[in-house]
Design a binder for this molecule. Sequence first.
Ligand SMILES: *Cc1c(COP(=O)(O)O)cnc(C)c1O
Length: 437
Amino acid sequence: MVISEKIRAIAAEAERELGAIFADIDAISEKNTEKVLDAFREAEISESHFTGSTGYGYGDRGRDAIDAVAARVFGAPAGFMRSSVLMGTHALTVGLFALLRPGDVMLSVTGRPYDTLTEVIGIGGATGDGSLSDFGVKYEEIGMTAEGAVDVPAAVARIARSTGEIRVVFIQRSKGYLSRPTLTVREIRRICVAVKEAARERGIAVPYVVVDNCYGEFTETDEPCSDPGTPGEEPVDLIIGSLIKNPGGGMADTGGYLVGSPRAVELSGYRLCCPGVGLDAGASLGQNRNILKGLFYAPHTVAQAMKTAHLAAYVFSSLGFRVSPGPFERRSDIIQTVELGTPEGLVGFCRGIQSASPIDSHVSPEPWDMPGYSDPVVMAAGAFVNGSSIELSADGPMREPYTAFLQGGLTYESGKLGILRAAESVIGNGGAPYDAF
Ligand SMILES: *Cc1c(COP(=O)(O)O)cnc(C)c1O
């Protein structure tokens, strides 16, 4: 790989400076690995759990064991983790349709949710495609403050005015494609206390608190649904995420999870399958081994991605680019943004990442008009699993300030090489237009 001495020197400096942070990340990974192994032991995971089932899938011991392990690892009483959940957006759709009824209000307290949920919710009105809005579920949102925090007083005030119509309070943990800080587990559990107390004080039905947990899993030693055991914090009712992100550990071929309180999980099972059957059915089609192996790897893999993100922040801020979070900031998700400032910079960045990928390293990303997006988007993805973003990947819209959203890295070594190739590609060419690469 062509990587200049200058960039290799910045990387060496970065690794010296980030040593203490890398050690902390290893400690988090070890603690989470301990939780995973404890859950495996408790469920007596063995070779027979890898056997797939067909048809209804009744009596699929592996599937049921994975559900129990997922709940235990995330510290909650119930949950499921299955290949029949197709992606993060599907998992979120299952959870929202499971809990919301006609006339109910879904209140998002982290502003506009992730792009793909717009049509699921039917933001802006009925879609005719079966959105929540088509079924008479109303949607309201409370924007984040100027500092990028949740406006808890506004959320509490809204509940104090409620007559019980707010059934779901929705929190997105990670920044997604927004420029705001990611919420920590602690912050999420405090918001949970505030909204539930407001409902109890008013004497109305206490809303479910639901968290879009995508990209957050295993970045801390707890999840928003685990019981903190401390006053002033309360676990949320449901956390939801994708297996081609953090908890799949780069091993799961597909899947998603919903974990939380028994009733929220039971209702979600009815929506995944059908009322009356719920989680008792579902052929696992030979995916049990991948899911278990992925969960085993996930704490370690997430640590690799976190180190890659810190390194990217250090290298690109040394080169004079604005990055978020900063190189020494603690994280609660695996997303790193780098403001490249120019179209050439953003495309060059993605080309650098692509050139160091294990798959499709010979192709050169081009911006394209992706359906549903207002500006052309450029993406780097050279992954073993289609669309996997626990594997090193980057993308960004072709508009000011030409920000790359970077995440993943199955191994720190490959993640590092991707970052160094991106740096080389952005500055090594003397700012030549990207056509010249
Ligand atoms: C990725 C993501 C989703 C959607 O997940 P898909 O698997 O792409 O459908 C939702 N919310 C957030 C915050 C995400 O990062």
